[in-house]
Design a protein around this ligand. Sequence first.
Ligand SMILES: *Cc1c(COP(=O)(O)O)cnc(C)c1O
Length: 394
Amino acid sequence: MSHSATPVADAPHSPPKPERIYLSPPHLGGAERRFVAEAFDSNWVAPLGPNVDGFERDLEAYTGAAHAAALSSGTAALHLALILLGVGPGDEVLCSSFTFSASANPILYQGATPVFIESEADTWNMSPEHLERALAERAAQGRAPKAVILVHLYGMPAKMREIMALCERYGVPVIEDAAEALGSTYEGRALGTFGAMGVLSFNGNKIITTSGGGALLSDSEAWIREARFLATQARDPAPHYQHSKVGYNYRLSNVCAGIGRGQMEVLDARVAARRANYERYRAFFAPYPGVTLLEEPAGMVSNRWLTCALFDPERTGGVTREDVRLALERHNIEARPLWKPLHLQPVFERYLYYGDGLSERLFDLGLCLPSGSSLDDAAFARITDVLQKTLPTP
Ligand SMILES: *Cc1c(COP(=O)(O)O)cnc(C)c1O
């Protein structure tokens, strides 16, 4: 990584700013260019084509899902999953509260009602206890939910055994939001393949990227066929444009899919690099009593998309996560608070919430640290230098 930043012309006395370290920047491997070039050389830049088909086969082979549809975003995949499950106005959909807003927005696109479920402390994902309480209470009130959106946050698997058993008992289909979790496994099986459908994202900040894109996974061929149909404007078979359903423009372009095919070749290396980041942070923080990282429970493998640390000011001599964030920012290093729980967001706060406030505490204490797969030793040294100066000597 070069440090060639030049002094800013209108601030002659300030030292040159070091190059910015981003939270999770894209990291190309090299093969992307070959697949994109093929699309150009064959004039197949649009709409669908061999890269889309190839990318879908790659995703199926990697995850073990029987079928995959490459789409324009993870949000589009979530939206189509809700449509395929028949979610509409008046229906309730249970959803993890501790997540990015895109997990829940499609519930509102469908005019349905989200009900937010709190996390548990072992994985920071949906708590089986709170889920069970919600399922029992909603069913007792004659409001059996139409679906559960289960998120694997920061790449950490949720407690699948307990959650799938509950949802099967109550007959509620699960949509796994594995947008952050490609490369993670639960008892050896890829996330996104446990529920009725799984969702992946290839946004620029995710573990691999297509510049922007997503995918819907399922073992049901009929659902994935219908997803591709709805995602290409729901055109009925006819020489003219004939439509009997509302369609969407949600397919991935053949150029973006080419980037994805190249990224699939380096996915395992990207997971290894992110996991190594986590181990480096863990070793660094080990002597600091007030700083904790999320451990991997038995049977779970996280892709460690982002390394997140909790700073408990009662044990860090008063240093808060915001102190740490601002100190890093002063050195041009990007760090972000953990997701603000959806039940506290203005757009969602009027909906029901089952929980005990755990995610609010995680939001208050937690910071996502630079976690890119291209984070090199020099960048890591800059980060730990700031952390060392900000936290009291252990
Ligand atoms: C990124 C993300 C999404 C949305 O994916 P896009 O491809 O950006 O639409 C959904 N859920 C979670 C948890 C995410 O992190």
